[in-house]
Ligand binder design. Sequence first.
Ligand SMILES: [Zn+2]
Length: 84
Amino acid sequence: MTHKGHDHRKCMALFEKMSEYIDRELDEEARALVDAHIRACCHCQACYETLQRTVDLCRSSAADYPLPDSLSEKLRAMIEAAGR
Ligand SMILES: [Zn+2]
């Protein structure tokens, strides 16, 4: 599977911002960029949905529950695989 025109570097940069995006810690400009990329990129969209679901789960069970490292690793691997 090839992803012509898909800028893998953008995906990695987006991944770094995704948790801040979910926590609404980004300013308006950065949020708009992340938002636009998530809409345009199915890999990041899948990644975002997984992350969002996990964050929701964590929040409903315990306050300030940190994201498990294994999950961020899994999502990072997803994006890396998508860029190949
Ligand atoms: Zn992407």
